[in-house]
Write a new protein. Structure first.
Length: 613
């Protein structure tokens, strides 16, 4: 934790969003402190987690920028935090963890087993110490069997590190042709043209920095407060930003910018990118969230180009979108899309927490503070035509259309950033963990573990599972500014079976304090775990679709790269089997292939590696 804490200037604690005038008819408080309702079905099994950070050997600490988000707090992306990514970097079968930081070096920890980790950052050469690092993504772009690493920064230059296979990485950014220095955010690898190698997608946001070097460190630029109040007045407008970039892998260690050629025109504040085959035609499609305005849904034409179908297929999207992820929420094979919206909750100031209605959406981005601000019951009640002010959960209907179900599914939350999906209780339904909170100057706000009830609804088990409250308390000891506590808050989260006991653990990167390393201590359940290795398809098998049949049930999963906001989870497919103790068959549809590879009666309860035939 950065120790510099000085007295704030007058008015620095007030958000720019408070340009709106508070109304006297705000709803009565029904925030977390006033409600015990979780939405959990009585039959839903609650997993148990234990924070084992103290004994793990992980000493990473995220550092904030005091001049931007502390003593002189102002609204800009310098409070958006940094990412966490998981991959088996050294090929030993244990998955490793990479944390990104703002003020200081990133850190790579090798997994030594039994939840013990070793810091190998300096030897590996992936620290990126003189930059404000934001997001990252692992992927074997050169097909040599080792995962490589792409790192994004705010105006510090992005980096592509090639894994040499000996524990070290080589910075090949310039020779590979992916050098970009701007306000970059999330990034991911996927094979958009199905030629067998991984292509690279980069999300960029808008300029929020000046040309003045910060007095805190000579490698970043001072920021300016965003004109949030003005932007919110025209919510259907997409606020201009830096263009996203799609780089095609040429197969020889170099990349070509094909953004225009592919027909992609995303030049706003695009926070995250998520990839899935939405129409099951074999071509990967993708979605980008937008921090201020309508988002983008891109369908792959199968000829190297994309067409935007956002309004036609989704209608209104989250106005202040952050994390986005595709997962199979209802078991029907068609990907469902969950997007969390932090910026629509920015109308609350630090002393107005009693006005929070965390499960409700308002008709304006000013919540109950704007004239006529009210809770909506239907998307059409929004004052905007193409956006909703809150999270969105789009259920794929199987005919190319989606239904927005965040309200009936109980997936509206408050101050959300990153999301990660997985079956944490092995009941056969995928759940979601949501990293939440704002930190200083706001009160503490808890993370959410939304367990899938299996009936189209989700319930919060963060407290019941012992994820909340944090083991070290809700505020940072000794970190008060002008008498106000510095509340803990989370930004990104990834999931993997880090101790190889068969269940899914969680790693959470937090803002200006230590991470959470949450070991899943639930009783053993029935599960199938698959590690796919492509030969004709990309080596990581990103985009491969799997159908599992067991006990009269069918499950659908696919291998994902980085998504969920500055996050990459394990590529190992984890399929909770509920009461089924044996698997009948696994069908794998590899990227670019039309006929599935079938595996009969794979063993349950152990990791099964499958190589493409």
């Amino acid at each position: 934790m950065q120790q510099k804490m000085t007295r704030p200037t007058e008015g620095a604690l007030a958000l720019a969003v408070m340009l709106a005038t508070a109304c006297n008819d705000a709803p009565s408080p029904t925030g977390d402190g006033a409600s015990n309702e979780t939405g959990l079905a009585s039959s839903t099994q609650v997993p148990t987690f234990t924070d084992v950070l103290a004994s793990s050997g992980i000493t990473f600490m995220h550092h904030f920028l005091d001049s931007e988000t502390g003593s002189t707090y102002q609204v800009n992306p310098y409070d958006h935090g940094s990412g966490v990514c998981i991959a088996d970097v050294d090929g030993d079968g244990l998955e490793d963890v990479y944390f990104l930081d703002f003020l200081g070096s990133n850190h790579l920890y090798l997994n030594r087993g039994d939840m013990k980790f070793e810091d190998v950052t300096d030897a590996a050469g992936v620290g990126v110490a003189r930059a404000l690092s934001v997001g990252a993504a692992f992927g074997d772009y050169d097909g040599d069997g080792d995962v490589d690493l792409h790192v994004t920064t705010y105006r510090g230059g992005n980096h592509l590190f090639r894994n040499r296979g000996d524990g070290t990485f080589e910075d090949v950014t310039e020779t590979a042709g992916v050098g970009y220095s701007g306000h970059s955010n999330s990034t991911t690898w996927f094979d958009y043209d199905l030629d067998g190698d991984l292509d690279l997608y980069l999300c960029n946001i808008g300029g929020f920095t000046t040309e003045t070097i910060s007095h805190e460190a000579d490698y970043f630029f001072a920021g300016v407060a965003l004109p949030f109040g003005e932007v919110a007045k025209t919510p259907d407008n997409r606020v201009p930003g830096e263009s996203d970039i799609l780089w095609r892998n040429e197969g020889n260690g170099t990349f070509t910018d094909v953004t225009d050629e592919a027909g992609i025109r995303s030049s706003e504040w695009n926070g995250d990118v998520a990839v899935a085959d939405l129409d099951l035609d074999g071509d990967p499609d993708f979605y980008t969230s937008n921090m201020f305005g309508a988002n983008h849904l891109w369908l792959n034409n199968g000829d190297g180009t994309f067409r935007e179908k956002t309004q036609e297929l989704l209608g209104r999207t989250s106005w202040g979108g952050m994390g986005a992820t595709f997962f199979d929420a209802n078991g029907d094979a068609y990907p469902d899309l969950y997007v969390v919206d932090m910026h629509s909750d920015m109308w609350i100031n630090y002393d107005q927490i009693d006005k929070v209605r965390r499960t409700e959406k308002f008709n304006t981005p000013f919540g109950s503070l704007a004239g006529g601000g009210k809770i909506i019951s239907e998307p059409s009640d929004s004052q905007a035509r193409w956006v909703l002010f809150g999270n969105t959960f789009f259920q794929g209907e199987g005919d190319g259309t989606f239904t927005e179900r965040s309200k009936p599914a109980n997936l509206e939350t408050w101050w959300p950033w990153g999301i990660t999906a997985g079956d944490f209780n092995d009941d056969g339904f995928e759940d979601v963990f949501i990293a939440q909170g704002m930190g200083f100057p706001f009160p503490y706000w808890p993370n959410r573990l939304m367990l899938n009830n299996g009936d189209g609804t989700f319930g919060d088990a963060a407290v019941a599972s012992k994820i909340e409250p944090p083991a070290l308390g809700e505020v940072l000891a000794g970190a008060a500014i002008d008498g106000k506590d510095f509340a803990r808050s989370s930004r990104s989260a990834a999931t993997a079976d880090l101790d190889r006991d068969g269940d899914l653990d969680l790693v959470v990167n937090n803002f200006n304090h230590e991470p959470y390393l949450l070991r899943n201590d639930s009783p053993p359940g029935n599960r199938l775990r698959l590690l796919l290795r492509g030969t004709r398809a990309n080596p990581n098998a990103y985009g491969a679709r799997v159908t599992v049949k067991a006990g009269g049930r069918t499950w659908h999963r696919w291998v994902r790269g980085a998504e969920g906001y500055l996050t990459q989870s394990s590529p190992i497919l984890h399929v909770g089997l509920g009461s089924a103790s044996a698997v009948d068959s696994v069908e794998i549809l590899w990227p670019g292939q039309r006929a599935p590879q079938v595996i009969t009666a794979p063993p349950v309860g152990e990791l099964v590696e499958i190589t493409q035939e």
